[in-house]
Design a protein around this ligand. Structure first.
Ligand code: CA
Length: 474
């Protein structure tokens, strides 16, 4: 090789070497997707062959958690590595956060956006030369606070909308700013655009954040799939909603399509895929007056700090690092994603902003983790009738503190995953110690604590009024 041809081949050689060192990152986030909505977690009704394949080829976190029981706070945690309590972003944005005038306690004011001075994982990766894309639901702010303002080179369909009005084009245009062909299905459209992004950027490092609008309401599946699931629906199985199952099948096809595109472009072996959900499955009667899904054996669902509201399917596929078909029972939570992704991309810890999460790449490499406290703070009333609460998990123990009357409930999740037996009375020392650590953490994070309401009226508690305080991005 001449010196000239050697030099001219250098950039390509360096790029190739870097590709080897730094993986592409793909985060697929399903909205309101319950822990037991996957085949690999035991659903008998929902069919998820591609998600199950991802699980077989990756590591399943059996104690994977969302940072919140509702949308936006988890998304903020994923972006920043910070707990929603510290961000003062604890409610879904522009929800009924402080519109209840007669509840027992008054909820803290809600932010309208993730502040721009927060450093997002997209900004961190872009700073390392990654090409970044957000394709799907953002729900962390409107103009001035969009994905394009928070580190994403490519931003499609994401704004302040917490849901679409329809999964079919052109109807979705009422809420979702995304073009398509008449009759197109939103999950498919987002998948096509995400796959295009992969193909366009196969020669360089990329970060693809694919937060689907599915399987949030409206519960609308593609007709042929709905027909298939309606035909096999069994009322004795608590999961029996055909339209919801059809939505899940489309999401599963999306996962399959993303994996196929990574393979076809030759980058699958150097891509870390993280698959998860923003909160637990919906068990309240939010659509057609029937429960959307069942998280059993977990208690409750979205909008609650019981396991059904926060334990979510969590899988990481990272060829050459993660042992295929492995499981990890160490708890991980959404605010661990950003430090983990940064770590996988080789960003030194000292270059990261302060984060509540910690990297779990050592777990991905099969090493044992240390027991630590995990925390949740949801000082709100949810549309699913969840009540203001905070929670701590340590080892197998979990304590939930309810702000209306300051009572705490203690559960042993190993013996009682369904949180049926409150041990707070029978194990007062443990309950007191965990409560103390939770209260210390709430103080350390400067968490917003709801105040007692002089206008409490139980008959009117979920009556929605005007916002009670300023709604601000700051
Ligand atoms: Ca959600």
């Amino acid at each position: 090789m001449t010196r000239r041809s050697f030099l001219s081949s250098l950039p390509a050689a360096c790029a190739a070497a870097q590709r080897k060192r730094r993986p592409n990152i793909v985060v697929i986030l399903i909205d309101d997707y319950g822990w037991r909505d996957t085949g690999f977690n035991g659903s008998k009704f929902h069919e998820t062959p591609n998600i199950d394949r991802l699980a077989r080829e990756g590591m399943v976190f059996t104690n994977g958690y969302s940072a919140s029981a509702v949308c936006s706070p988890t998304r903020a945690a994923i972006m920043t590595g910070k707990a929603p309590a510290r961000l003062h972003l604890t409610s879904h944005l522009q929800g009924a956060s402080n519109r209840f005038h007669h509840t027992k306690v008054i909820q803290p004011s809600a932010r309208l956006a993730l502040p721009l001075d927060e450093v997002t994982i997209a900004e961190l990766l872009r700073g390392q030369g990654y090409r970044t894309a957000c394709v799907g639901k953002w729900h962390l702010g409107t103009q001035g606070f969009l994905p394009s303002d928070q580190g994403f080179d490519v931003s499609l369909a994401g704004d302040e909308a917490g849901s679409t009005n329809s999964f079919f084009y052109p109807d979705w245009r009422k809420k979702i700013n995304l073009d398509a062909k008449p009759g197109d299905y939103l999950t498919d459209r987002l998948t096509t655009l995400a796959a295009d992004f992969i193909r366009e950027n196969k020669a360089r490092e990329f970060f693809l954040y694919l937060p689907h609008f599915a399987v949030h309401t409206p519960i609308e599946g593609k007709p042929d799939k709905v027909k298939k699931y309606d035909a096999k629906s069994n009322p004795n199985d608590p999961q029996n909603f055909g339209e919801y199952a059809a939505m899940i099948e489309s999401v599963d096809e999306s996962v399959g399509q993303i994996m196929k595109t990574l393979e076809e472009t030759g980058v699958a072996d150097n891509t870390l895929i993280l698959f998860s959900a923003d909160n637990g499955g919906v068990t309240s009667r939010e659509w057609k007056n029937r429960p959307v899904t069942s998280n059993l054996p977990l208690r409750s669902g979205k909008g609650h700090l019981y396991e059904g509201g926060i334990r979510v399917p969590t899988v990481v596929r990272w060829p050459g690092v993660v042992k295929p078909g492995s499981t990890c029972s160490d708890p991980v939570v959404s605010y661990d994603y950003a430090p983990t992704i940064a770590d996988a991309a080789g960003i030194p810890t000292q270059k990261l902003p302060a984060m509540d999460g910690r990297s779990f790449t050592s777990l991905l490499r099969g090493r044992a983790g240390k027991v630590r406290d995990l925390f949740w703070h949801y000082p709100h009333y949810s549309p699913q009738k969840g009540r203001p609460a905070a929670a701590i998990r340590n080892g197998d123990d979990k304590l939930i503190l309810f702000f209306e009357d300051n009572h705490a409930e203690l559960y042993n999740l190993k013996a009682d995953i369904g949180e049926t037996t409150d041990l707070a009375q029978s194990q007062p020392a443990k309950a007191a110690a965990m409560r103390k650590r939770l209260e210390a953490w709430l103080k350390e994070t400067n968490a917003q604590i709801p105040a007692q309401n002089p206008n409490y009226d139980v008959a009117r508690e979920f009556e929605v009024g005007a916002p009670m305080g300023p709604l601000t991005a700051k």
